[in-house]
Design a protein around this ligand. Structure first.
Ligand code: ADP
Ligand code: MG
Length: 703
């Protein structure tokens, strides 16, 4: 973006920044426009005076009077008492904590203006610890409501008020949007900001505080527009990039894989596979999110996409967030694709030495057609000869920074190995196609806001023959009964997961829980093979345990959340989650998705330790009431709100400060309609609008 359009920073970086300056920077208040967009949380009314005689119990008010008396007295404790008088009565000001300087200030004063909550005490009307200002007979009242800003300990309100006022005065608030573009009835940005920072005494505090005032609507509209613009811009930039057009031939790998699969694709799988194939055939990079509930069969869709890329003579990389998952994908893909003659490499952080070098070489030479691994796949040392397609599984588990790294690194055909050859020969570096997969469905308004530059494919049905999971919620006191049930189930040939919670602040405690539970279950279920899986184990040990459980040699697997995503053992039909109240809703749903993958009726038992918080209660209730991932996501959004729901993506930048996706859906729809028109007809204004609102955060929105 052209830096010329940026507003100059309020302060230049120097070594000697004051604490408030640093605190402002931390809040992102760097440019004048940032300050102008830092809006009050609430207001104080210093525009009028209430006669002392008219003060009402418990209501905040400002009064002015003459100091009659000021002294320190012992009334149970030492306190400073000031008596203030106007024509209508007297008011006692009481200070339980005070500095000598305050005492001096007030005893020397003739007239005081004070603000606080009045109450009627034993000695008449009083205010405890009011805000005090020494005034003259003719000190003017405030002309507008006094803003109270989100501040911090290092950033005093008074300092911030001044900084915002001067930022507001200096900022360039020229109208950027063409006539008629803004929804009817909304003020200009400049009017809106001046109004919100300094509302007139007549303003409706209710409309200001619940953000329904037209000035607020304008701000929210602007914010949503900036976000839509930046994402659509990213989408258009992407459309200008070149990618290899990937098309599989008749009788090719794609058809061979379909013929070899032990099952038929569901209609939903066929539909999304077709959507992906159409994208891959275009000479622009695909940027598609494949979402489908846990167990809906995303992996095979990914494998089909890989065969298209490989058939066209390009490489495919598949990245998973954990080693266990990467390894499981590796095995599954080897099982499907090696019989078709494909060469598959495996790259994770734990593969070292010669084996690692061999893998790196085969990726760089183009010998490996499919490269499967953890985020080690995007490390600097890994080079691809001809990367045509990158697939990211469980994309929500990767942070913003990792997604940016991936986007920057993966340029198709720019590896150190063979130059791009054949029909895709081109001078410009080619981008690979990207397919992201997620089992956490994103509700529509969120998808429109956060993923506006993504195309979305949705698998909305499960493979046939799955019996629904029954979820039961018990208190911890039922633990022994649950263990009895496990004994019975294992005798009947069932396999069981027992999940121990992650104690975030202490991996050690976490481990002890899992280890103790493992010992306990091994003892009470004597004669049953009980395994243990946790994050501290070496990858080889983890793989060995998973292999035993997958093959059915092991009946019970005690695990921490390392099994959360993607693990697929269809015979497992019983899951117990201990301290279920400590997990988030999305996480519980992911965990539960490890069972119900085969034909056997599955049960998920949620054990909790009372008392439950309100959100804990609504989470467990949601789990018991539905197994539909989309419904779970909706409820999760209600419980947590959009910021937290989006997790790591959100942490990259404070994305939406003002707009509320549920309440402001009409504004979102309007912004979404305006954005493409603006980009077409007024591209420069669109750029300036994005910069004004997002500054340097704009990059993050494209991740
Ligand atoms: P997820 O979408 O959660 O990643 P997986 O790809 O792991 O789901 O698939 C879950 C299970 O369903 C796997 O064992 C997979 O082989 C199987 N599966 C996938 N598609 C079908 C289908 N169309 N019919 C039957 N089983 C299927
Ligand atoms: Mg999966």
């Amino acid at each position: 973006m052209p830096p010329a359009a940026a507003t100059p920073p309020t302060q230049t970086p120097t070594a000697s920044k004051s604490a408030p300056q640093k605190a402002m920077e931390k809040l992102g208040l760097v440019r004048d426009i940032d300050l102008a967009l830092h809006l009050p949380m609430r207001y104080e009314d210093e525009t009028r005076l209430t006669p002392i005689g008219a003060l009402r119990e418990g209501e905040p008010a400002q009064v002015e009077g003459v100091v009659v008396d000021c002294q320190v007295e012992m009334r149970g404790r030492r306190q400073l008492l000031v008596r203030l008088k106007d024509d209508t009565g007297t008011l006692l000001l009481r200070f339980l904590h005070f500095y000598p300087s305050q005492q001096k200030q007030m005893s020397g004063a003739h007239r005081l203006r004070v603000r606080g909550e009045a109450r009627v005490g034993f000695f008449g009307r009083e205010m405890v610890h009011p805000v005090v200002k020494v005034v003259d007979d003719d000190t003017p009242l405030a002309q507008s409501l006094t803003p109270v800003y989100p501040a911090s300990a290092q950033l005093p309100q008074a300092y911030l008020r001044k900084a915002v006022a001067s930022g507001l005065a200096r900022a360039d608030l020229r109208e950027l949007l063409p006539e008629g573009a803004v929804p009817r009835g909304l003020p200009s940005l400049k009017e809106a900001l001046h109004y919100l920072h300094h509302p007139p005494p007549s303003a409706s505090l209710a409309a200001l505080e619940d953000h329904s005032h037209p000035a607020w609507q304008r701000l929210k509209f602007e914010e949503l527009l900036a976000q839509q613009l930046s994402q659509m811009q990213a989408q258009r930039e992407r459309a200008l990039l070149a990618a290899p057009a990937l098309r599989g031939g008749p009788g090719g790998l794609h058809e061979q894989l379909l013929a070899a699969l032990p099952f038929q694709l569901t209609a939903a799988q066929q539909r999304v596979a077709e959507e992906i194939a159409q994208d891959l055939a275009r000479p622009q990079p695909m940027h598609r999110l494949l979402q489908g509930d846990v167990g809906s069969g995303k992996t095979v869709v990914a494998a089909l996409a890989a065969t298209v890329a490989i058939d066209a003579g390009w490489q495919c990389a598949l990245m998973a967030p954990t080693e266990i998952l990467a390894e499981q994908h590796f095995r599954k893909l080897v099982g499907w694709l090696e019989p078709l003659g494909l060469k598959i490499a495996w790259i994770t952080g734990s593969v070292k030495g010669k084996a690692r070098q061999a893998m790196l070489d085969s990726a760089a030479s183009g010998e490996a057609q499919l490269i499967v691994g953890t985020h080690a796949v995007i490390e600097d040392k890994v080079r691809f000869a001809r990367l045509g397609l990158a697939i990211i599984d469980e994309q929500h588990r990767f942070g913003v920074a990792q997604r940016l790294a991936l986007r920057d690194k993966l340029k198709a055909g720019t590896g150190d190995g063979l130059p791009p050859a054949g029909p895709a020969m081109s001078t410009a570096p080619l981008e690979p196609h990207m397919l992201m997969m997620s089992a956490t469905p994103i509700p529509r308004t969120l998808a429109m806001t956060y993923f506006a530059d993504l195309d979305v494919s949705t698998i909305d049905e499960l493979p046939p023959g799955r019996s629904p999971i029954v979820t039961k919620v018990f208190t911890e006191s039922k633990r022994d009964d649950v263990i009895d049930k496990i004994r019975g189930a294992v005798t009947d040939g069932a396999q069981v997961y027992w999940v121990c919670p992650l104690v975030e602040e202490s991996e050690a405690v976490d481990l002890r829980n899992a280890t103790e539970t493992h010992a306990e279950l091994s003892a009470t279920l004597a004669g049953t093979s009980v395994g243990l899986l946790h994050g501290r184990m070496s990858p080889a040990d983890k793989a060995a345990v998973m292999a035993q459980f997958s093959s059915g040699q092991m009946s019970v697997l005690v695990a921490t959340t390392v099994i959360e995503v993607g693990v697929d053992v269809p015979n497992a039909s019983l899951m117990v989650i201990e301290h279920a109240e400590r997990f988030g809703l999305a996480q519980l749903h992911q965990l539960r998705g490890r069972v119900g993958r085969g034909a056997k009726a599955s049960v998920c038992v949620l054990l909790y330790t009372p008392p439950l918080s309100d959100t804990g209660k609504s989470r467990l209730k949601a789990m018991a009431e539905t197994t539909d991932g989309f419904e779970i996501a909706r409820r999760d959004l209600d419980i947590r709100g959009p910021g937290e729901f989006m997790g790591s993506r959100q942490s990259g930048a404070e994305l939406l400060r003002f707009a509320d996706l549920q309440e402001d859906a009409p504004l979102l729809v309007a912004a979404r309609a305006l954005a493409p028109q603006l980009l077409d007809a007024h591209p420069a204004a669109a750029q300036r609008h994005v910069l004004r609102w997002l500054g340097t955060k704009a990059e993050f929105l494209k991740a």
